[in-house]
Design a protein around this ligand. Structure first.
Ligand code: PEP
Ligand code: CO
Length: 451
């Protein structure tokens, strides 16, 4: 393979590439991004890698979740805090059910770039570029708004930094400590809309956790401090390589290059072509890298892709995020799992049950059905159990707010327009997300007791 540099991707074809019309302005912006301090550090990236390596051995479970598309306008304290709270609560449910520590990874602090199925959009005979996320252009349907604006790369960086600053402050304060039940106890939220069964299940679980913490402290167990700390890692789709490469550096006293925009970038289903720019870029960084894999993937090609991204088959490097759809998972996933196992590849298997289960209502709204989402996760657990491998995480689009974007779990098709706010794909709302955590946890409990 030829030599790698943070810019070697530029000689490869980029799917979903952005057409910037002012190269001088783009160069000014990326030069600035190169100078600005990194959003995350190399030791955090290495720490996450070691946790993912343990998850690959079945010792941890990964919970990755957040918006389909973050927006600059949603960089607001209640929205960010609610996302942390739901991720924290879900993680506790999963720890309780799975008897394994959970790695919390948000789709946040940089999830601003979106791949689109069509490069342009036509309304009333007018054709303009599609909206590619707030890192690239703006959603309003005017030529001015849809122009790819390089300055948005800087705005995205700044908003990611502000988001991360708030997340880090919360994590360093009470949020990081399970001794503060006000952050994870449901009563704090006064969530009246939660069904009684969900509320009671959560209450029982949280009092068991509190009891266990007190018990371990009474024993004088010193690991309780480390155990009760709550950490969050960041992730986003590494789609805009101008943005990613401008923040990719070598650091003192460590080998290799780090993409310092995020802890765990992933390559999307539409940009994982073997000879393409995204694979070229991400083969050169030390970060743990996710790859989305849909039902059209050829297992042999995924083996080649793993070889390109992770030639030394290193612990903690690769996360395969399968998103087959409930209708295809039983026919498509076994062959992939078998090929990866046969090739001796070290991966963390994660299920994204969102992107293969999109449906459209009669009125044209994009939605997803809670039961289909759950079915894909459950069938993915079963496929791995039959193959002797292990599902090591879930990847969900969710929010901590009471939106009405997915049906099921208390939302009917008629409710969808009440609070349909997503900038891209429909997300699980607070109640649906918590319920999903309980269902996944119960599947993990079943797996434990039948094993
Ligand atoms: C996404 O995660 O929002 C996404 C676009 O996923 P995929 O690449 O799997 O289609
Ligand atoms: Co999405």
């Amino acid at each position: 393979m030829s030599s790698w540099s943070p810019d070697s991707w530029k000689s490869k074809p980029a799917a979903q590439g952005v057409a910037y019309d002012d190269p001088a302005e783009l160069a000014r912006v990326t030069a600035k991004l190169r100078e600005l301090p990194p959003l995350v550090t190399s030791w955090e990236i290495e720490k996450l890698r070691s946790l993912v390596a343990e998850a690959q051995e079945g010792k941890r479970f990964l919970l990755q979740g957040g918006d389909c598309a973050e927006t600059l306008a949603d960089c607001r304290s209640p929205i960010i805090a609610n996302k942390l709270k739901i991720l924290l609560q879900m993680s506790l449910v999963l720890i309780h059910g799975g008897h394994r520590p959970v790695i919390r990874v948000g789709r946040f602090a940089g999830q601003y770039a979106k791949p689109r199925s069509r490069p342009t959009e036509t309304r009333d005979g007018v054709t303009l570029p599609s909206y590619f996320g707030d890192l690239v252009n703006r959603p309003e349907f005017t030529a001015e708004a849809r122009r790819a604006d390089p300055v948005l790369l800087l705005r995205g960086y700044e908003h990611a930094a502000m988001t991360l600053n708030f997340i880090r402050s919360l994590s360093a304060g009470g949020f990081a400590d399970l001794h503060h039940p006000e952050y994870w106890d449901l009563s704090f939220f006064q969530r009246v809309e939660l069904p009684e069964s969900l509320r009671a299940g959560y209450k029982q679980m949280s009092s068991q956790i509190a009891e266990a913490l007190r018990f371990m402290e009474a024993l004088g167990d010193s690991s309780v401090d480390a155990m009760s700390r709550v950490d969050f890692y960041t992730s986003h789709e590494g789609l805009n390589l101008e943005y990613e490469s401008a923040q990719t550096r070598a650091v003192p006293r460590r080998a290799g290059f780090f993409d310092l925009t995020t802890h765990m970038p992933w390559i999307g289903e539409r940009t994982r072509a073997l000879g393409g720019a995204h694979v070229e870029f991400f083969r050169g960084v030390r970060n743990t890298v996710g790859v989305k894999v849909g039902p059209s993937a050829d297992p042999a090609e995924i083996i080649e892709l793993l070889g390109a991204l992770d030639p030394a088959n290193e612990p903690g490097k690769m996360v395969l995020i399968t998103r087959m759809g409930a209708g295809a998972v039983e026919s498509k996933l076994p062959g992939l799992v078998e090929a990866v196992t046969r090739a001796g590849r070290r991966v963390l298997w994660v299920s994204d049950p969102m992107h293969g289960n999109m449906i459209q209502t009669a009125s044209g709204l994009k939605t997803r059905d809670f039961d289909q989402i759950l079915r894909e996760v459950e069938m993915t657990f079963d496929v791995h159990a039959r193959a002797g491998t292990r599902l090591g995480g879930v990847h969900l689009e969710l929010t901590g707010d009471d939106v009405t974007e997915c049906i099921g779990g208390g939302i009917t098709e008629g409710d969808l327009d009440k609070s349909y706010l997503t900038a891209c794909d429909p997300r699980l709302n607070y109640r649906q997300a918590l319920e999903m955590a309980f269902r996944v946890a119960s599947k993990m409990t079943d797996g434990r007791t039948s094993a």
